[in-house]
Ligand binder design. Structure first.
Ligand code: SF4
Length: 376
């Protein structure tokens, strides 16, 4: 099984926290789609396995006409071996969603929606510089249901200045009351080059205290779990059977092909990343020049990738897998270091598997770094 990710690099405006690759100008849209179609055809041999998931991310896939999404899906279908019931996800923003738009994407085969809600409060949306209103956020879920979508994920953000615990709880409860199948909830991070990072550096906004972050995370996990959701990855919750198949593929080291500017690909032995500039990507694809960088993964990088991706999930890391795939030295290093975190209550051991506890999830970056083996 494998996945295909398509990066649609256009957005209506720049959200104040976002450092993804996108352009707010759609002048080159037609050329971009043509280049992506060309890339799909050229790279049909990158993955031999059956394609189980297709994911339209960005950027804002719902910002471009449905016709283009349809063209990309059809090109994939004629160039790859597609599984019988592929998960086909489209990231959409509430301001783009109306009944006829939803009917159109439903018709072309999108069977999972990932809606960028972020908050059900106008004040938060304004702070984050989102384009949609609270009404649009709620209507996007209601209309998606009416059209027949049975697999809806929404995104929420927490941990930003001004977000009080009571409002955060209401956001979580609203998501639960909508019975969405999946929730991705991300703590704000201050990425270089973003407006919020600039404001923080100028001390125009102040980061929330660590204890508040932890409190908001704990509210999230407690409330989602008591509503019947599985906390299957640090930032992700799903009702049974509704894990994101595509993202779970990343965490299980399943190969994927990335199409479009800034998209990454992985085949188990190497990683590739496309140039993150729209015009350069288009021109290089059009003139059949190299538009990506490649890194061959050595054993150490493969081990680090395994730790980063698997420890985040409820399936955890498997020491047998480490022994079989990376050898005794990595195995020994892992066991010695993981034991310290088991003793401190940050990791839980169950046979050969090790998982993060909720306490451990709050310091996951530190734990991951400690499990790395930097000098070989
Ligand atoms: S958060 Fe989404 S909509 Fe906002 S700028 Fe980033 S990619 Fe675009």
């Amino acid at each position: 099984m494998a996945g295909i990710y398509l990066h649609i690099p256009f957005c209506r405006n720049a959200c104040h926290y976002c450092d993804f690759h996108f352009s707010v100008s759609k002048i080159q849209l037609q050329r971009m789609i043509n280049a992506m179609v060309t890339e799909i055809m050229r790279r049909k041999d990158y993955i031999k396995d059956e394609i189980n998931t297709i994911y339209f991310g960005g950027g804002t896939p719902s910002f471009i006409p449905v016709l283009y999404i349809d063209t990309l899906i059809k090109t994939i279908k004629t160039n790859f071996n597609i599984a019988k019931d592929p998960e086909i996800t489209l990231e959409a923003n509430p301001e783009d969603i109306n009944f006829s738009y939803l009917q159109n994407i439903f018709k072309i085969g999108i069977n999972r929606l990932s809606i960028g809600i972020q908050s059900f409060y106008g004040k938060d949306l304004e702070f984050l510089n989102r384009c949609h209103s609270v009404k649009q956020a709620k209507m996007s879920i209601i209309s998606s249901r009416e059209v027949g979508f049975k697999n809806i994920s929404i995104d929420l953000i927490y941990g930003f200045p001004g977000l009080k615990k009571t409002r955060w709880i209401k956001n979580i409860e609203t998501a639960i009351n909508f019975h969405v199948e999946h929730l991705s909830a991300y703590h704000l991070t201050y990425e270089t080059g973003t407006v919020l990072n600039h404001r923080k550096n100028k001390r125009r906004i102040i980061e929330i205290e660590e204890n508040e972050s932890v409190e908001q995370f704990m509210e999230l996990t407690t409330r989602m779990k008591s509503a019947g959701y599985l906390h299957y990855e640090i930032s992700n919750f799903a009702l049974k059977g509704f894990y994101s198949r595509h993202n779970t593929g990343y965490w299980h080291q399943i190969p994927y092909l990335g199409i479009g500017p800034s998209a990454h690909s992985y085949n188990g032995f190497s990683r590739q990343w496309n140039i993150a500039k729209n015009m350069s990507y288009i021109k290089k694809v059009e003139s059949d020049k190299k538009y990506f960088e490649t890194e061959i993964l050595n054993l150490q990088t493969q081990y680090h990738d395994y730790i980063i991706t698997s420890i985040r999930t409820m399936w955890g890391t498997d020491t047998e897998f480490i022994k079989d795939n990376f050898g005794a030295m990595y195995y020994k290093h892992y066991i010695i270091n993981a034991r310290k975190f088991v003793d401190s209550g940050d990791l839980m051991a169950d046979g050969t598997r090790y998982y993060l506890t909720e306490k451990g999830m709050c310091i996951s970056d530190f734990i991951i770094k400690s499990l790395f083996l930097d000098e070989v």
